[in-house]
Design a protein. Structure first.
Length: 480
């Protein structure tokens, strides 16, 4: 986990591995938040009330750890942050500075080893309504003066150094929603959408919601989200969009009543989370470091809140422990956070010298004693089955051939025809070997526990506290 010490102000506290809930409230409405993945973690910034006007605040998220991050250095009011990764791989921040009433100037800062760099002035006059970038160009919905009719709105196409490359008349243009490959998606005051290219061409879209993500253009209409040759039917939703950085496999869908759902789209769609955010207006998601980070904006009674949720995307690997004495192996196992990892089944399989003796479905946590009735290499495999993938951890006990086994024959069982994962190993193995011995009179049993664990998730979390707006401790969310 790579953190940026220059930006982190608060350390994480150990509470819970996965969390979700309202993280900041009492924020000014009508100012968008921003979420981006960078360096294996996620950055979430939003507009808050400061001591001398509006300011930019936020957090950096790295799995269950977090740290507050400072906004850009500004001599006055700063608002409406927008994060993007430049073509050279640097993280950049667009934001507006308001030196006077009716003026909203666009600024840009680039993240460096000591935090945000000095702001560069991209516009010198007028009102920057909304902006987006594809990493090479910056697109700005701009007015020469405040115009509530939006009839004078223009699309500015800027180089990263602020050079104006093109000015395009775009009456009615209200906002921009993402950019990619030399184009952006425009949102118009009449509720329509269009692809606005840097060369001035306009392509109208039939959509209830549309935008650009890293997988290209996505369009939601008629209760279905379509993008990159894929589609998902969500007839209950008012809008839907693919999360960024997830190779198009994660989709967020939300409705006007505050319902927010997270879907995993592979051969078929699986709902990973079903959440509720009162006053939900829009949601965003990014994948980084094996986690999905979801940010949701809600507005109630002219007050805005920012919600955040952390969802693991890597399958859990069971933890298996073994001890042997007096011809008996004591096996215990646990699957970390089975609900959060969407685990649907856990199986225990027993092998002797590679031959299956027994397989049964067990709970995510359990223990049993197994009689070692014959010499050989006993393998105990625990497999967790989930929508995120299947993982197996194993533990071995070797019974010497000279040991006097207890009377009786080895237990046998036939695996269910529907179960084929009993002999699979962990998706990413990191073997560790420990040896324990136990003596009983003249009998000697050597127990060797070789546990393959891909990732053991620690139970840590945090509490929020903010410098200006009131922050709330995230409430643990459980999938219904």
């Amino acid at each position: 986990m790579r953190l940026l010490p220059a930006l982190l102000l608060v350390a994480a506290a150990a509470e819970a591995a996965f969390w979700g809930g309202q993280m900041a409230t009492g924020l000014p409405p009508f100012y968008a938040s921003t979420l981006a993945a960078y360096g294996g973690q996620a950055y979430l910034l939003y507009t808050a009330y400061g001591q001398s006007g509006l300011t930019i605040a936020g957090v950096a998220l790295a799995g269950p750890a977090y740290g507050e991050i400072a906004g850009p250095r500004a001599s006055g009011s700063a608002s409406s942050p927008y994060l993007f990764v430049m073509a050279n791989g640097s993280l950049a921040l667009l934001w507006t500075y308001s030196p006077a009433l009716g003026s909203s100037l666009l600024r840009m800062s680039v993240l460096g080893p000591r935090g945000w760099g000095p702001p560069a002035e991209l516009t010198e006059s007028g009102v920057a309504l909304s902006y987006a970038s594809d990493g090479r160009l910056i697109y700005v919905a701009w007015q020469p003066y405040p115009d509530p009719t939006y009839s004078t709105t223009r699309l500015l196409v800027l180089a990263l150094n602020g050079t104006v490359l093109k000015t395009i008349a775009a009456p009615g243009l209200l906002a921009l929603n993402g950019a990619r490959g030399g184009a952006t998606v425009g949102v118009f005051a009449n509720g329509t959408y269009a692809v606005l290219a840097a060369n001035g061409t306009v392509e109208r879209l039939e959509a209830l919601y549309a935008g650009f993500s890293d997988v290209g253009l996505y369009v939601f209409r008629d209760g279905a989200l379509r993008y990159d040759g894929r589609s998902l039917e969500v007839p209950w939703a008012a809008a839907a969009a693919p999360a960024s950085g997830c190779n198009g496999s994660v989709i967020l869908a939300w409705g006007a009543v505050g319902r927010l759902a997270v879907y995993l789209l592979r051969e078929s769609a699986v709902r990973l989370r079903s959440l509720y955010v009162p006053g939900l207006a829009v949601a965003r998601g990014v994948c980084a470091g094996g986690y999905l980070y979801v940010e949701a904006e809600s507005v109630l009674n002219y007050s805005k809140s920012v919600w955040a949720f952390v969802v693991p995307l890597a399958p859990p690997t069971p933890i298996v422990r073994i001890a042997a004495a007096n011809g008996t192996a004591a096996i215990s196992w646990s699957v970390p956070y089975p609900v959060e990892h969407n685990v649907t089944a856990v199986y225990l399989s027993v092998y002797l010298d590679g031959r299956l003796l027994r397989v049964e479905r067990v709970g995510p946590t359990g223990a049993l004693n197994y009689s070692l009735t014959a010499p050989g290499n006993y393998t105990f495999a625990v497999t967790a089955v989930s929508a995120l993938g299947n993982t197996t951890a194993t533990a071995n006990v070797v019974v010497n051939a000279t040991a006097a086994p207890r009377p009786g024959s080895a237990q046998t069982a036939t695996a269910p025809q529907t179960w084929s994962a009993a002999s699979r190993t962990s998706t990413a193995q990191t073997p560790a070997a420990t040896t324990s011995t136990a003596r009983s009179g003249a009998n000697y049993v050597a127990a060797i526990a070789a546990i393959s664990i891909a990732a053991v998730l620690a139970a840590i979390g945090w509490r929020f506290r903010g410098p200006s707006s009131r922050r709330l401790s995230p409430r643990a969310q459980r999938r219904p």
